[in-house]
Design a protein around this ligand. Structure first.
Ligand code: ACO
Length: 426
C-alpha cells in the first residue's frame, strides 16, 4: 500500500499521508492541507469524509457487514444480552461474569428517577411527543448529577439505567396512567416492559417472547458508527458540554424522519397505503416522481448499498415473533410485498436502495403493543450505549481532541455598504 497520495495544484505538488484502518479502509489525511496549500476539503453532508478513527463499530456497506468491536452482528444478536452489549461497546471488551454482575448491579442501583423529576412530566400537554420529553429529561439530568471527571462511570450507569424509566414515564404520562416504579430483579428489557404496561392494581406477567424481542431490537440499534446522531454526540461533546447535554442533542438529531424518526413514518406510510387500497405500484410511482416529496420510508441508507444486515435479521425475527404469538398483521404482509415490488423496480435497483433497520422494527414494536409515537424512543434506548461509547472514545483519546469546527466555502455577497436609510428608530 502507498503510504502517501500526491495532490498537484497550481504547479506545486503536495504530499498527503494515507491512513489505513484495520479492515483495509484507506483515507487521505487532509488535516494539514490548508496550512501547506491554502485549500480545504469540500464535502457537504460528509458523504466522503472520515471524521475520526474509531475502534467501536465496523461497517462494510457494499457487503452488508456490521460488527461491534469485531463481533459480527448476527452472532451478537443471536447470543448477546443488551447489558453485556452496552458494556462491550462502551468499555471495549466483553465483561467477565464478575464484571457483568457488577455492571448490572450499578445499573439497578441507578434505575429510579429523582422524585422531583417526576413533576416535570406534569407540565407537558397530554399529546406531547415522547421524544421531546426524552430530550428535555436527559438535559435535565445535568441539574441533578454534576459532571465531574470522577463521576463518568456513575453517570454512564445513570443514563443507561434511567433511560428506560424516563421513556416509560413519558408513555404513562401520554395515556394518563400512574407511573410504575422499576422492579430491579428483572432484566433491563423486562423492567422496561413492566413499567410500560403494568398498572398498580393488576398483576402483570412479562411475555418472554416480548422480552427476547426487545433484547434483540435494543442490540440491533446499539451502535452504527458515525451516523447523524452519533456525530452530533461527538460534535456537542467536543465543546466540553456535559454527557447529559450531549445525549440530549443526540436524541434531537435521532428524532428526524431521515434518521431514527423513520420507524414511526414507516408504519404511518404502510397504514396510509392500506387505507388507499394497497395500490403498491401507484404508491411507488409517487415515490419516484421527483416533483413529489414522498419517500419510501425505511428504504435507503448512506452506507449500505447492498443490504442492511439488521433489516434481514429483523425480517426473520418478525416472522418468528408473529408465529410464536399466533397473530398476523396485514401490515407485515403489505411490507413484504412492498419490499419485493420495490426491489424489482429499476428506480430502487439503480440507486441501490434496500430496506434499512427501520423497515421491519416498527412492526415488531406494534405487535408488542408499543404505540407508534414511542418507536423513536425505542431506538433511542437501544442507541444510548453507542453514543456513550463514541463520546468516551473521543474523551479518552490519548492524542486528545479539538472542538469540532468544520470550515465552509463562503458563497454569499461580496463586501457591500450598510448605508443609513433613516430606520434607526423603527
Ligand atoms: N425513497 C425514494 N428515493 C430515495 C430514498 C427513498 N427512501 N432514499 C434515497 N432515494 C433516492 C434519492 O432521491 C436520490 O435519488 P437521485 O439520485 O435521483 O436524486 C438517491 O436515492 C440517493 O439518495 P440520497 O438522498 O442522496 O441518499 P442519502 O445517503 O443522502 O440519504 C437516507 C440516505 C436519508 C437514509 C435516504 O435513503 C432516506 O431518506 N431514506 C428514507 C428515510 C429512512 O428510512 N431513514 C432511515 C435511515 S436508517 C437510520 O437512520 C436508522
Amino acid at each position: 500500500m502507498s503510504t502517501h497520495a500526491k495532490l498537484t495544484y497550481e504547479g506545486k505538488e503536495y504530499t498527503l499521508p494515507v491512513v489505513e484502518g484495520t479492515e483495509g479502509e484507506r483515507a487521505v489525511d487532509v488535516s494539514q492541507l490548508r496550512q501547506s496549500s491554502g485549500l480545504v476539503a469540500l464535502d457537504p453532508s460528509f458523504g466522503n469524509t472520515a471524521a475520526t478513527e474509531s475502534s467501536i463499530t465496523f461497517i462494510h456497506g457494499e457487503e452488508g457487514i456490521l460488527r461491534y468491536r469485531g463481533y459480527p452482528i448476527e452472532q451478537v444478536a443471536e447470543r448477546g444480552r443488551f447489558t453485556e452489549v452496552c458494556y462491550l461497546l462502551i468499555y471495549g471488551e466483553r465483561p467477565s461474569p464478575e464484571k457483568l454482575r457488577e455492571f448490572r448491579k450499578r445499573l439497578t442501583y441507578h434505575t429510579l428517577l429523582h422524585e422531583d423529576m417526576k413533576k416535570f412530566f406534569e407540565g407537558y400537554p397530554a399529546n406531547a411527543h415522547p421524544m421531546a420529553m426524552l430530550a428535555a429529561m436527559f438535559a435535565s439530568l445535568a441539574t441533578f448529577y454534576p459532571e465531574e471527571s470522577t463521576a463518568v462511570d456513575d453517570n454512564i450507569a445513570r443514563v443507561i439505567a434511567k433511560s428506560k424509566t424516563i421513556a416509560a414515564f413519558a408513555y404513562k404520562k401520554s395515556i394518563g396512567q400512574p407511573f410504575m416504579y422499576p422492579k430491579n430483579d428483572l432484566s433491563w428489557p423486562a423492567n422496561f416492559l413492566r413499567m410500560m404496561f403494568a398498572v398498580p392494581s393488576e398483576p402483570y406477567e412479562i411475555p418472554e417472547v416480548f422480552e427476547d424481542a426487545l433484547n434483540l431490537l435494543l442490540i440491533l440499534h446499539a451502535d452504527h458508527e458515525q451516523n447523524c446522531s452519533t456525530s452530533t454526540m461527538r460534535m456537542v461533546g467536543s465543546s466540553e458540554a456535559n454527557l447529559f447535554a450531549s445525549l440530549s442533542a443526540a436524541i434531537c438529531a435521532l428524532w428526524g424522519p431521515r434518521h431514527g424518526g423513520a420507524n414511526q413514518r414507516v408504519i404511518e406510510m404502510l397504514e396510509a397505503i392500506q387505507e388507499d387500497g394497497a395500490d403498491l405500484p401507484g404508491f411507488l410511482d409517487k415515490v419516484k416522481d421527483k416533483k413529489s416529496d414522498v419517500r419510501l420510508m425505511g428504504f435507503g441508507h448512506r452506507v449500505y448499498k447492498n443490504f442492511d444486515p439488521r433489516a434481514r435479521i429483523l425480517k426473520r425475527a418478525a416472522d418468528r415473533i408473529f408465529n410464536e404469538l399466533g397473530i398476523s398483521d396485514p401490515l407485515l404482509e403489505l411490507a413484504k410485498r412492498l419490499e419485493e415490488t420495490a426491489l424489482e423496480d429499476p428506480y430502487f435497483v439503480e440507486r441501490k436502495l434496500y430496506p434499512n433497520v427501520d423497515f421491519y422494527s416498527g412492526l415488531i414494536y406494534r405487535a408488542m403493543g408499543i404505540p407508534t409515537s414511542m418507536f423513536t424512543v425505542m431506538f433511542t434506548l437501544g442507541r444510548l450505549p453507542g453514543w456513550i461509547a463514541h463520546w468516551l472514545e473521543m474523551k479518552t483519546d490519548p492524542s486528545g481532541y479539538r472542538i469540532h469546527r468544520p470550515r465552509q466555502i463562503y458563497a454569499g455577497p461580496r463586501e457591500r455598504e450598510f448605508d443609513d436609510r433613516g430606520t434607526r428608530h423603527m
